[in-house]
Design a protein around this ligand. Structure first.
Ligand SMILES: [Zn+2]
Length: 331
C-alpha cells in the first residue's frame, strides 16, 4: 500500500503564521508557528510563510518534493481558481496578491488559497465535528461572526467566492448600521465584541458591581461577562441571553434556508455553549420549520484553531488530485 499523500497547510493570520504538515487521513506530522509581523509588508511575510513551510516539513521528516500540495487560508476574500488573495484588511499591503502562484513557484507543489472561514468550515466537515455528513454549516462566533457552507459535500463559494457571510444578516432592523452596510446585523448583536461592548456599558452605568470590578481590573470582554453570568450576575446573564436571542434568529433562518444536518459552532462561543449557544439553539428550533429543525444538530467545532489549516490540507490534496487527473488518464 502506498504512503498517504501529504499536504502543507498554512493558516495566515494577522498575528501568526501556523503551518501543519498533514496527511490525507488528517494526521499531523509536523507543526511550525511564528509571528506574521504584518507591518513589515508583504514580501517579508511571504518569506516567513516559506520558512514556516520548510520548518514544518523538517519537523515532519518530509522533503518538500514529497508534499503533494500546499494550502493557505487567508483573512480575506479570494479568487480560489486563480489562487489570488483579493484583499486583507488585517495585513499590510495585500491587495490582489497571487499568493498561490507565488508559493507554488518558490516551493514547488501546487498551492491553493481560500478564505479562512470557508477553510475552517471545510476542515470541520472533513476532519472535525461534521465528518461523514453531506450538508453542514459552520459558524464562528468570536470578535466577529463568519462561517462557511457545505452543500452536498462541497464547499459553496457563490458567484464571487464571497458566500458564507453568516454574520452579516439583519436580525434587528431598527438597530444602527454596521460597517458592512446592514442595519443590526448578527455580528453587531451577538459577537464576542457585541457582548463585551454591552458588558462594558453595563459596568460604566454601574448596573453590575461584578462587571464594574472586572472593568476596573482592566479586562472586561465577553469571557469576563460569561464568567460573571456563571457566578450569578443577573446583568451579565441578561447580556448573554440577549445575544443568544439574536443568534437564535440567525440560526433559525439558516435552518429554513439550508436544511443542514448540522450547524458547527467555532470561535470563542464554543466556550460559552451553555449560556449562549444552547439558549440560541432552543430559540432557533422553536422558530424554524419543524422538519428541518428536528433533523439538524448543533455541535462544537472539534479542531479548535486548526480548523482552517485542516480544511486547507483537504482542499489542497483534493484540488491537486483533480488537477492531476487528466494527465494521469493519458498514461
Ligand atoms: Zn455586518
Amino acid at each position: 500500500m502506498s504512503n498517504p499523500r501529504v499536504a502543507a497547510a498554512i493558516d495566515l493570520g494577522g498575528t501568526k503564521i501556523r503551518t501543519l504538515v498533514v496527511d490525507e487521513t488528517g494526521r499531523i506530522l509536523g507543526v511550525d508557528q511564528r509571528p506574521t509581523r504584518a507591518a513589515d509588508g508583504r514580501e517579508p511575510v511571504i518569506g516567513r510563510i516559506i520558512e514556516s513551510v520548510h520548518e514544518a516539513c523538517a519537523v515532519a521528516g518530509v522533503r518538500i518534493d514529497e508534499v503533494a500540495a500546499i494550502g493557505v487560508d487567508v483573512p480575506g476574500p479570494v479568487d480560489f481558481d486563480a489562487g489570488i488573495l483579493l484583499e486583507a484588511p488585517n495585513l499590510h499591503d495585500w491587495t490582489n496578491v497571487a499568493l498561490g502562484p507565488i508559493l507554488s513557484e518558490r516551493l514547488g507543489p501546487p498551492t491553493f488559497v481560500e478564505n479562512d472561514a470557508n477553510a475552517a468550515a471545510y476542515g470541520e466537515f472533513r476532519f472535525g465535528a461534521g465528518r461523514g455528513l453531506r450538508h453542514m454549516l459552520y459558524i464562528t462566533v468570536s470578535t466577529g461572526i463568519g462561517g462557511g457552507i457545505i452543500i452536498d459535500g462541497k464547499l459553496y463559494r457563490g458567484a464571487d467566492g464571497t458566500a458564507g457571510e453568516m454574520g452579516h444578516i439583519t436580525v434587528e432592523p431598527s438597530a444602527e448600521r454596521h460597517s458592512c452596510g446592514m442595519h443590526g446585523c448578527l455580528e453587531m448583536l451577538a459577537s464576542g465584541t457585541a457582548i463585551g461592548n454591552a458588558a462594558r456599558a453595563a459596568a460604566q452605568e454601574g448596573r453590575s458591581p461584578m462587571l464594574t470590578r472586572a472593568l476596573a481590573d482592566g479586562m472586561l470582554t465577553a469571557k469576563e461577562c460569561y464568567d460573571a453570568a456563571k457566578a450569578g450576575d443577573p446583568v451579565a446573564a441578561e447580556i448573554l441571553a440577549t445575544a443568544a436571542r439574536y443568534l437564535g434568529i440567525g440560526l433559525a433562518n439558516y435552518i429554513n434556508i439550508f436544511n443542514p444536518e448540522m450547524i458547527v459552532i467555532g470561535g470563542g462561543a464554543s466556550n460559552m455553549f451553555d449560556l449562549l449557544v444552547e439558549p440560541a439553539w432552543t430559540a432557533a428550533t422553536s422558530m424554524a420549520f419543524a422538519r428541518p429543525a428536528q433533523s439538524c444538530r448543533i455541535a462544537r467545532a472539534e479542531l479548535g484553531g486548526d480548523s482552517g489549516a485542516f480544511g486547507m490540507a483537504a482542499l489542497a490534496l483534493e484540488g491537486s488530485h483533480h488537477a492531476a487527473l487528466p494527465s494521469a488518464a493519458l498514461t
